[in-house]
Unconditional design. Structure first.
Length: 251
């Protein structure tokens, strides 16, 4: 089992304190790669001093009891995706777009950030749907399909980065084409298309990264923050937010 999947905990405030806690990656993350999740090795090591990871991982910042959207940006959204989302939203804000579109740009890759990359537009839209205007969730979902198709009338070209990501001969699957065709004829087409126009992939680490706090007022006006905190409000998507709070749980 890879050492990167192990963590020894001695911090007393944490659950399972004083015991080695084993992190086993989700099978979906490595299926088809030939790598092992290390499940058999982990099970063989369990004992009084060694347990599977459950609850707060002290290697991660601890989330508040009633986490807000901004808390997820503070403590779970990191790296390239953090810079990407903040920069995309800041660009939309600077260009004078409607606040709902700015919010869609801020959230369009929220699933990529700390949940799952595959079909990220669909996952992201589902995650935010109970808390935002329907148009915002729609734009997040359909930006994924529209990314693959140029629209010269608004200055959108097929991303050069996709040639590097997927190869020059890549053809999107049928469901992507189907959803892009549907989106083109929808009354909210431009909402999703504006997201793609602000969906820039790479940012220089030396550039100033926008502060998530500049979007606090927009979030306050257009994101219905549950009093119990994201993940604990009993919504149909609460489990998705809990997964981001405790990403290393064994079960």
């Amino acid at each position: 089992m890879c050492a990167d999947h192990l963590l020894t905990v001695t911090d007393q405030p944490w659950p399972q304190a004083g015991r080695e806690r084993l992190i086993v990656p989700a099978p979906v993350a490595i299926i088809g790669t030939g790598q092992s999740t290390g499940e058999h090795e982990a099970l063989a090591r369990l004992g009084p001093g060694t347990v599977m990871m459950m609850g707060d991982n002290p290697a991660l910042p601890r989330m508040p009891e009633a986490p807000t959207l901004l808390d997820f940006f503070r403590f779970r959204v990191t790296g390239i995706t953090e810079r990407h989302l903040l920069s995309s939203a800041k660009r939309a804000l600077d260009d004078g777009h409607d606040e709902k579109i700015v919010l869609a740009c801020l959230l369009h890759d929220i699933s990529n950030a700390c949940l799952i990359r595959n079909d990220h537009g669909y996952w992201g839209a589902q995650m935010i749907a109970p808390y935002v205007d329907e148009e915002v969730a729609w734009a997040v979902q359909y930006h994924q399909a529209l990314r693959y198709y140029a629209d010269e009338s608004v200055g959108y070209a097929y991303p050069e980065s996709y040639h590097r990501f997927f190869g020059e001969d890549f053809v999107p699957p049928d469901y992507i084409r189907r959803d892009a065709d549907y989106a083109r004829d929808h009354r909210w087409y431009m909402s999703a298309r504006i997201v793609t126009l602000n969906d820039i992939y790479f940012f220089d680490d030396d550039d100033d990264k926008p502060d998530a706090e500049i979007f606090a007022d927009i979030i306050g006006r257009h994101f219905r923050q549950p009093d119990q905190g994201l993940g604990f409000d009993g919504s149909p998507v609460a489990h998705m937010w809990r997964t981001m709070i405790w990403p290393n749980n064994f079960l």
